[in-house]
Design a protein. Structure first.
Length: 374
């Protein structure tokens, strides 16, 4: 018996690589965090960074937009000296990092400027919207995050922001957006809280409420487009591709960016960073291989054969393609959402994440446009 070949596939070369310099997240212990080892300080060895750089430097020479993203745990927990040693082997590409900003001081500002690092800050909006972002001692973290942001601003270091929204309340969307418009970030990404990894909390997906939230957030942005709003930009780009007959370049037909995440120990997880550090009776540790044993280029070239869970995931993508009217926009969802929401299966279809962060997003933005115009 033969299995039908999936219509989706991985691109041979990624547009970015995610590097985990340490598992430790310090000094925060966010209640919705998906990381399994965030209280342990496992450091990436320099040999791992050197192995990754051997492939990345060539890719980045051909693609000036290629990013080396330092992320999760808290990259600054690795320390100035160690993070510099990890960055040093990369002679091409743009370094970026995602930080909770709590550790940022003048010395870190000097480091960020010296290495020309792009900075993303995680903060969830006004102070009372940050109740899940707490320190190890359980104290609110908002003020230490803001202190770090003010230090970035004082040194003229630009930054983007990512916010996790647990309750997409349309009544607070305008206040939420106004906070970021005044914060000083150049762009904002909004993540509706997800059930994945170490975060086993289940939130009931209220599609209507989420749709109204996205519509209200779009209205707030349109009235004051001071910053780029990532999700609205995605919908607008999708709409433009459809209107101008360019849908053949969209996510439904293009190979998937493998988005390799390289864990501190050199293990490589594709597509979903949230799977790193977990194991499954059927899939093992979700890795495609280890850069200390095979080059990253080889692992990506042989990913379809090496990645145990990938065939089942492609089956889920094809099921979405066949059954979901929103597939052209979504493209098939993420492995981690499928796995953690569908009891360890990769071939499920719609998830709560799909409902609130994809379907409701598209409906909310288009609802606003229909009512108020673009």
């Amino acid at each position: 018996m033969t299995t039908a070949r999936p219509s989706a596939c991985l691109a041979a070369v990624p547009g970015a690589v995610i590097m985990q310099p340490t598992t430790l997240c310090q000094p925060l212990d966010c209640r919705y965090c998906y990381l399994p080892f965030r209280k342990e300080k496992h450091l990436m060895a320099v040999e791992v960074a050197e192995a990754v750089a051997a492939s990345v430097n060539e890719w980045a020479r051909r693609d000036p937009c290629f990013e080396i993203v330092w992320h999760g745990g808290e990259p600054l927990s690795a320390g100035h000296g160690h993070l510099a040693r990890l960055m040093a082997p990369f002679t091409s590409g743009k370094h970026t990092l995602q930080t909770n900003a709590a550790l940022i001081d003048d010395a870190w500002c000097e480091f960020l400027l010296e290495w020309d690092v792009g900075v993303g800050v995680s903060i969830d909006g006004p102070e009372d919207m940050n109740t899940h972002r707490v320190t190890r001692a359980g104290h609110p973290a908002f003020r230490v995050i803001k202190r770090g942001i003010e230090r970035l601003k004082a040194r003229g270091i630009p930054f983007s922001a990512i916010a996790v929204v647990t309750d997409p309340d349309p009544a607070r969307a305008a206040e939420f957006y106004a906070f970021f418009a005044e914060l000083g970030c150049h762009s904002l990404g909004v993540n509706v809280e997800e059930q994945e990894g170490a975060n086993a909390t289940v939130h009931v997906a209220d599609r209507e409420r989420a749709t109204e939230f996205w519509a209200a957030l779009t209205a707030a942005w349109q009235s004051n487009p001071a910053i780029q709003l990532r999700e609205v930009s995605r919908v607008r780009e999708f709409a433009a591709s459809v209107l101008y007959g360019e849908s053949a370049t969209g996510p439904t037909v293009q190979p998937w960016d493998p988005l390799p995440t390289v864990a501190y120990d050199g293990g490589v997880v594709l597509l979903s960073p949230e799977l790193a550090g977990f194991t499954d009776p059927r899939f093992g540790d979700f890795t495609t291989g280890n850069v200390l044993h095979d080059s990253l280029e080889t692992l990506l070239a042989e990913a379809e054969q090496r990645t145990v869970w990938l065939p089942e995931f492609w089956q889920g993508v094809d099921a979405c393609r066949a059954t979901c009217p929103y597939f052209a926009f979504c493209g098939g969802g993420h492995p981690a959402n499928r796995y953690f929401e569908h009891s360890g299966r990769m071939d499920g279809t719609r998830t709560r994440y799909c409902t609130t962060a994809k379907i409701a997003l598209l409906e909310g933005v288009t609802q606003h446009v229909r009512t108020h115009g673009d």
